[in-house]
Design a protein around this ligand. Sequence first.
Ligand SMILES: [Zn+2]
Length: 112
Amino acid sequence: MVLWVSPETLGRNLFLLISALIAAGVGFILIVVFWTSIKVALWHRGKKRFEQRERERTHAPDGHRYPPAAAGLCDRCGRGFESVYYLPSGSRLCPNCYGEQRAGDHPVAAER
Ligand SMILES: [Zn+2]
């Protein structure tokens, strides 16, 4: 059967077949690179957003770091909150009372 095909046609067909395979391989690699770079860009964006949310949660707008927080009762106003700051002195303050106390401690920071 191979003997019926002229060497010229066989060579041309082999060349086309190999070229098509190489083109498909290169295209596949390009698609994988493109997809991976999209995933990496999305991951970086998500990481940046997470870090920003985490910073907003743990830091005041003036850069001061909030003390550790957990659910509990405020020592000053006596109400229960989902998030109460546990101060190093041992007292627990809700975000409102903590803000008032900080405003009293640092009047300049409160004006910002
Ligand atoms: Zn309170």
